[in-house]
Ligand binder design. Structure first.
Ligand SMILES: Cc1cc2nc3c(=O)[nH]c(=O)nc-3n(C[C@H](O)[C@H](O)[C@H](O)COP(=O)(O)OP(=O)(O)OC[C@H]3O[C@@H](n4cnc5c(N)ncnc54)[C@H](O)[C@@H]3O)c2cc1C
Length: 536
């Protein structure tokens, strides 16, 4: 007997789960299929098989403002077991001469830290924050939680308000132009460009100058999930199941079945046909969705070409060193700054803004630059992620996918590079010399093996670049969560507003799918066009 659901979602990343939960709560019978044995995609936590009880978050760890996301409350995730921690000393950049640039949840403390490097920069920080808070609150925040507008319509609406015009004006710059024009301390400039890189924005690309200003004004700080990032996936899964949603793991689609120009189900690799009355939504990347899963005769040439052109890794992907520890890292700089013992995200190897052009050159050449890395010791804030009294810690570095021209080189050189990272870490935290019980590394190639939608290990599931953002993500014609066939939708990070744990592609796709089915989404925000038009 062929099984029939109202809808089928392919891939169980957190965006798919957010979508499924809203649809199931609206009364639809929805099945999600997943190729792995576990639900949640990059919202993953694994136990080191050689060291029982040591948990590692091998993909996402730092999650920005999850507790303020609309779906977090709508889906009652705390009732389903989610809990978040937001450490006060949120980020610290340790310089090689023992100084520390600090970002606190308390903005005034951040201003004081900036002032230690430059009084003028501290004032600039305050000024940009004051100017951009309303822009973040009234424009950028809402744009992230709404299906995107066509660029011309967006621009015309933004031109009508002072805040909108200011946003357009600042956007014209590239991040590096913004930083050099506004700030003077090379450490502060470096720290700001680092954050820009964390969000995967090319520092040279015009059109992204507002990113750093938005970051300075954003109330969203890095948070971590108690119990590991997988706890978020478990809470979402529980919300889905409670609403009647279903899962089928270790299942891959062979193709999306199309009849009469409409997506009507999937055929699995095991040969099973599963039918969908209303929709098939893909949480995968555009190459998988359009090129791998659709027959050529139902794929218009323009769509095929655009899907083929979809790009990954504008900036290099991540390499990870993970440690099991007898004790937490103790930073030498904490001898005169005790707060560093409770720092959340720690950045090392970055002293000067002029390091960036060299890093970019290395990434483009496929070689390893002098190490700039960042990470955390999760167990300082959540002891449940290691056995009693023990710790886990990790460092990430952006390194090219094609190492010396070939990604396969990573399998040979991975552990050597992990040793180099540990050497730098020990310079800042000498106690690591005696406290490492075990370690492992993961390259972008390992990421891709685990989650093939993250092609070339791209954690955003597609570069965040002009032509691949907003209405044009993944490409024009598919940037509205709808494919070219009726009943076919996109809901993963290759759609607006992109990758990282935000849940917003899934949240926005839910608005579009429910709208197309004529089901009112009481929880949906007012239209973004009306909101922008109402600004003065
Ligand atoms: C090393 C690393 C560190 C990261 N750190 C952070 C961080 O600190 N903060 C942050 O916010 N984000 C981070 N990310 C990014 C974050 O993990 C992703 O952007 C996010 O998981 C994407 O969510 P998604 O819902 O779009 O899909 P994914 O989480 O990628 O899930 C996609 C799902 O689809 C499944 N799938 C793939 N192909 C198929 C197929 N053919 N058939 C069926 N199922 C399939 C996969 O198995 C997976 O379960 C990191 C990523 C990496 C790799």
């Amino acid at each position: 007997m062929t099984r029939v659901y109202d809808g089928i979602i392919i891939g169980s990343g957190h965006n798919s789960l957010v979508l499924q939960a809203y649809l199931a709560k609206a009364g639809l019978d929805v099945l999600t299929i997943e190729r792995r044995a576990v639900i949640g995609g990059g919202a993953a936590t694994m136990e080191d098989p050689r060291f029982p009880g040591f948990l590692h978050n091998t993909h996402a760890f730092f999650q920005r403002a999850i507790t303020s996301m609309p779906w977090y409350e709508d889906l009652e995730l705390e009732r389903h077991g989610a809990a978040y921690i937001e450490p006060e000393l949120n980020v610290v950049l340790l310089t090689s001469d023992g100084r520390a640039l600090e970002w606190w949840t308390d903005f005034q403390k951040t201003v004081e830290s900036f002032a230690e490097f430059s009084r003028r920069d501290a004032e600039t920080l305050q000024r940009w924050r004051d100017e951009f808070v309303p822009i973040v609150q009234n424009i950028l925040g809402w744009e992230g939680r709404s299906p995107p507008l066509p660029p011309d319509q967006r621009r015309a609406l933004l031109q009508r308000s002072a805040a909108g015009r200011r946003l357009l004006e600042v956007s014209e710059l590239s991040p590096i132009e913004f930083v050099h024009r506004e700030f003077e301390s090379p450490v502060i400039q470096a720290g700001l460009l680092f954050f820009n890189g964390l969000r995967e924005v090319d520092l040279r690309e015009r059109g992204f100058g507002h990113h750093i200003a938005a970051l300075l004004a954003s109330p969203s700080k890095a948070q971590m999930s108690r119990g590991g990032t997988a706890a978020l996936a478990r809470a979402l899964e529980s919300a889905v199941r409670e609403a009647g949603g279903k899962f089928q793991v270790m299942t891959e689609p062979k193709k999306i079945v199309v009849e009469g120009g409409r997506a009507v189900g999937i055929e699995t690799r095991d040969g099973e046909l599963i039918r969908a009355r209303h929709f098939v939504a893909s949480g995968l990347n555009p190459q998988q969705t359009f090129l791998d899963l659709l027959d050529l005769d139902v794929l218009p040439r323009a769509f095929r070409e655009q899907a083929e052109r979809f790009q990954y890794n504008l900036i290099a992907p991540l390499f990870a060193l993970n440690l099991n520890l007898r004790e937490a890292p103790k930073y030498a700089a904490a001898s005169h700054r005790p707060e560093l013992d409770r720092a959340f995200m720690v950045i090392m190897g970055l002293d000067h803004v002029d390091q960036f052009p060299d890093i970019v050159r290395h990434h483009e050449a496929g070689t390893i630059p002098p190490t700039v890395m960042w990470g955390a010791c999760p167990t300082l804030f959540d002891p449940s992620q290691a056995p009693d009294g023990m710790h886990t810690a990790f460092m990430w570095e952006k390194l090219p996918y094609r190492l010396n021209g070939d990604p396969a080189n990573w399998d040979r050189l991975r552990d050597d590079h992990g040793r180099d990272m540990l050497a730098l870490w020990k310079q800042h935290a000498p106690n690591l010399a005696d406290s490492v019980l075990g370690s492992f590394t993961r390259s972008a190639r390992d990421v891709e093996r685990c989650l093939p939608n993250m092609r070339e290990g791209d954690l955003l599931v597609g570069a965040f670049s002009r032509g691949q953002i907003g209405y044009d993500r993944p490409f024009r014609g598919a940037g509205h969560y709808r494919g070219h066939l009726s009943g076919l939708y996109l809901c993963g990070s290759s759609s607006h507003p992109g990758g990282n744990i935000t849940g917003l592609p899934g949240y926005n796709a839910a608005q579009v799918i429910l709208g197309d089915l004529g089901i009112k989404a009481e929880w949906a925000p007012p239209s973004i066009a009306d909101r922008l038009a109402g600004l003065v």
